[in-house]
Design a protein around this ligand. Structure first.
Ligand SMILES: Cc1cc2nc3c(=O)[nH]c(=O)nc-3n(C[C@H](O)[C@H](O)[C@H](O)COP(=O)(O)O)c2cc1C
Length: 349
């Protein structure tokens, strides 16, 4: 797959996720082999106002490259201004969000709402392309609802506007996150696209990622929810693609260590207080399925000192060593295939 000067063969990509793909999580996923990452979406209006919280989301380290900054907005003017601000932070690409179904975004005419206004979508895309010198990509859904699936119309229009790659989540806006992503629409879009297509939706395992490549013939695949508490999905997918086997499932040691690494990164970038607080929502997925996990989780979400959290995780690892010696910890397949991971997400619609 080639975007601008960057070429990656069959990339496995971390999807943009609000409140998830911050610097800490992106860097963790890079360690596990993610080929490319996106920031959380950043509001064009907020950037324009100079909102500190939004500007902070533009920061990244070289280790994260190639990285796309994603912006969303509902006017050409705000998106052009935001694009120029984002470019100053030197991301490799700028991505436009044309797919968010959340009320706070689509309800205001941005994100997936632009699927209902293709003229405006194209006006935003071409103005942003003209405003910056880095490649501009787009991420969208297959349509607004099942009566108006228009991805095959939208793709050539975005290409004509100068968009250099298109990530497609195989759902409509009205699907929200229900049902299953329709990979056949992604394949249909790929068949007519001139720019690289990145396929997204319902990759929960390394095997799913490979099936996504095979079904859609896409140039890259993008993983969202399946990576939360499970950055191993990147290394497992890469290994499966390279050798035909994803290797063994991560055991409790690796999963606890990943939680510790994630916490350390989180504290590095957000400071002790927020870094520790924001990690609370992640422990249940890292530890899911392990013995007596509710006891340790209750301790973890009450603790304010990150060093104490690490101590708790270390002693839990010791406790698990005991269970393992008794043969009471088995393969983690159930955890990895457990789509109910969705239930613990804090995605407001
Ligand atoms: C918690 C959460 C936050 C998300 N935030 C964004 C976002 O900021 N920008 C975006 O384009 N998509 C966002 N998405 C959608 C994902 O990028 C992705 O398209 C969707 O989750 C489907 O992929 P998956 O089945 O691999 O999760 C978000 C999804 C979740 C679950």
């Amino acid at each position: 797959m080639k975007i601008g000067s960057i070429t990656i063969d069959r990339p496995v990509i971390l999807a943009p996720m609000e409140d998830v793909t911050d610097r800490a999580f992106r860097q963790l996923c890079k360690r596990y082999g993610a080929d490319m990452v996106y920031t959380e979406f950043v509001s064009a209006e907020a950037l324009r106002r100079g909102a500190e919280k939004s500007v902070r989301k533009l920061r990244a380290d070289d280790i994260e490259r190639p990285i796309a900054v994603q912006i969303f907005g509902n006017t050409v003017e705000s998106m052009v201004e935001a694009a120029m601000i984002a470019e100053e932070f030197s991301p490799d690409f700028l991505d436009i969000n044309f797919g968010c179904p959340a009320k706070k975004v689509a309800g205001k005419g941005a994100g997936a709402a632009l699927l209902r206004e293709p003229e405006k979508m194209v006006a935003i895309a071409s103005a942003v392309v003209r405003a910056v010198s880095i490649p501009v990509t787009a991420k969208t859904r297959i349509g607004w609802d099942h009566g108006s699936i228009n991805i095959l119309d939208v793709v050539p229009r975005l290409e004509d506007a100068g968009i250099q790659a298109i990530a497609i989540h195989g759902r409509t806006r009205s699907d929200m996150f229900n049902g299953k992503a329709d990979w056949n629409w992604i394949r249909a879009a790929k068949e007519l696209a001139r720019v690289p297509v990145i396929a997204n939706g319902d990759i929960w395992t390394a095997e799913d990622a490979l099936a996504m490549f095979d079904t859609t013939l896409a140039d890259g695949v993008m993983i969202g929810r399946g990576s939360i508490g499970n950055p191993f999905i990147f290394s497992r997918t890469k290994r499966l693609m390279a050798t035909g086997s994803p290797g063994p499932h991560p055991d409790f040691r690796e999963r606890i260590q990943a939680a510790i690494d994630h916490l350390e990164l989180s504290v590095t970038f957000k400071g002790e207080k927020y870094g520790t607080l924001e990690m609370r929502r992640h422990y249940s997925t890292y530890l899911k399925g392990l013995p007596k996990v509710s006891v340790v989780r209750n301790k973890l979400v009450r603790e304010e000192s990150w060093e104490q959290v690490i101590d708790i995780l270390h002693s839990y690892r010791q406790e698990c060593e005991g269970y393992a010696a008794q043969g009471r910890i088995h393969c983690d397949t159930e955890y990895l295939n457990d789509h109910s991971v969705r239930l613990v997400l804090n995605y407001q619609v």
